[in-house]
Design a protein around this ligand. Structure first.
Ligand code: UGA
Length: 473
């Protein structure tokens, strides 16, 4: 099949790379020349600066100029195309609705290019990014207005999680295809030939509107799981003595009907999807005259969770952030990505600055460049000048009064020793990801430990300063 990918971000690029792996002729188109040049270079570092996904750069390098091609000129690749995947950004607007301007503008370009084809063979235009219910019809209208003929519009939502996009594309749980005609279903079955009769992968054919709804329902349900655990399970273990969070998790999720995914309590779920999609779903339902109390609660719990630990540090640990130096460990919204969109760290920084911290010493294994894009512009907020950037957790910990673990990077599991070597008690460790299991050693040295999903543990040894004073007496 000749496939055109429109938009080469987190959705389009991995999808295009895996389509090329399956032997399709894939042309990936983007208006951003810098991006396209980076991909064309085939160089790992350049590709990963744009989209950082394990295995992606290797997959591109392997198929580049054989099955996978990049272009900024849609007209040059339109002839003979079978399927066009629309993989555009649909960012949230203030009222929760999705901004469809990138998608609409790309649909106009595609419509014009299709109108100029010499051979007008059947082509299916597929919405791959998450778009509001009814968007397939909208795209259909734009294509028609711009002169496209002999086409169908389908919805085939992407269910990938970042950090696992390539593996997830190679072995998805399910493929959902919403289309209007048998002809279009047949074309898409050829794209996904390796999955249509797979024993474990569900291949579902339905209407475009059902496919669009499946994606919103799925993401909102996943966020509901997380908010249930953060807002109920976590609160139980934080409020009553002697509750073991890990046992609570295992005990509840050993019921086959209850998912284990989502039971990992955290300082809130970030990323470009959950927050945006649940807000968009509420907006769509409200516009249809429906109330959305459940979704609103799920969303609010998640947003609150992103700065809740800073409040707990003040109220429970009596920690005053004013004029203190705080180390922020982890900036990305989850491990194995450099993406900071909607990350809990963004909210933590706002809360810390509002509480008057003197310095925030930031470190993330992958997201330092992204962090500087977010915060390096003092014009946005002069307080961002208080953030300093460091090459390692060890370095970032030097001279701080407290640290806050915001991302679940595996390397943070061994932090206890670094904390002990780089800082002095009294010191507060705020753990938004329950990364430090061996905190007993820290407690014995006089450090305080405040984890999500657990009560505050006070250092059991007198702090060094107090000890010295006592010794003097
Ligand atoms: C999410 C969905 O999981 C995908 O199925 C969906 O396709 C995607 O959105 C999308 O709409 O494109 P993603 O945002 O990449 O994927 O990442 P997740 O792995 O779901 O993590 C989201 C956030 O939830 C992260 O901050 C993560 O740390 C947090 N999380 C996850 C928890 O706090 N607790 C958990 O138990 C699991």
């Amino acid at each position: 099949m000749k496939i055109l990918i429109v938009g080469t971000g987190y959705v389009g690029l991995p999808h295009g790379a895996v389509c090329a792996e399956y032997g399709h002729e894939v042309h990936a188109y983007d208006i951003d020349e810098r991006r396209i040049n980076a991909y064309k270079s085939g160089e790992k570092e350049q590709i990963e600066r744009q989209v950082n996904e394990p295995g992606l750069a290797d997959s591109i390098a392997e198929n580049l100029d054989r099955y996978l091609f990049f272009t900024t000129d849609v007209n040059s690749v339109i002839e003979g195309v079978d399927v066009i995947f629309m993989c555009l950004n649909t960012p949230p607007q203030r009222d929760g609705s999705s901004d469809l301007s990138y998608l609409s503008s790309a649909a106009r370009d595609v419509g014009k290019a299709l109108a100029n084809r010499k051979e007008k063979k059947r082509v299916v235009i597929v919405n791959k990014s998450t778009v509001p219910v009814g968007t397939a019809r909208l795209v259909e209208g734009i294509l028609k207005e711009n002169g496209a003929t002999n086409f169908g519009v389908a919805s085939n939502p992407e269910f990938l999680a970042q950090g696992n996009a390539i593996e997830g594309s190679r072995r998805p749980d399910r493929i959902v295809v919403g289309a209007d005609s048998d002809e279009d279903f047949a074309i898409l079955r050829r794209v996904y030939a390796q999955f249509t009769n797979h024993v474990r992968i569900h291949y579902l054919e339905t209407t475009p509107e059902t496919a669009e709804s499946i994606k919103y329902m799925a993401n909102s349900l996943l966020l509901t799981y997380i908010s249930y655990w953060n807002g109920v399970g976590g609160r139980l273990a934080e409020s009553f003595e002697n509750i073991r969070m890990e046992d609570l998790k295992r005990g509840v999720t050993s019921d086959n009907r209850i998912s284990t995914w989502g039971s990992y309590v955290s300082n809130g779920a970030g990323g470009s999807c959950f927050g945006k999609d649940i807000q968009s779903l509420m907006y769509q339902l409200n516009r249809a005259g429906q109330q959305t109390d459940l979704l609103r609660a799920v969303y609010n719990i998640n947003e609150y969770q992103k700065h809740y630990l800073i409040d707990r540090a003040v109220h429970e640990a009596d920690f005053s952030f004013n004029n203190k130096t705080v180390t922020l460990l982890g900036l990305a919204f989850k491990k194995r990505t450099n993406d900071m969109r909607d990350s809990a760290a963004l909210k933590a920084v706002e809360a810390l600055l509002a509480k008057g911290v003197k310095e925030i010493r930031a470190y993330d294994p992958l997201a330092m460049d992204a962090a500087q894009d977010y915060w390096f512009n003092p014009k946005d907020n002069y307080l961002f000048e208080r953030i300093t950037y460091h090459d390692s957790a060890k370095e970032a910990l030097q001279g701080s009064d407290a640290c806050y673990i915001s991302t679940d990077w595996e390397e943070f599991r061994g932090l206890a020793t670094s904390i002990e070597n780089a800082t002095k008690a009294p010191y507060l460790v705020i753990d938004g990801r329950r990364m430090i299991f061996d905190f007993d050693a820290l407690l014995a040295k006089g450090y305080d430990y405040l984890p999500v999903g657990g009560p505050l543990s006070r250092g059991t040894a007198p702090a060094k300063a107090e000890k010295k004073a006592k010794d003097k007496k």
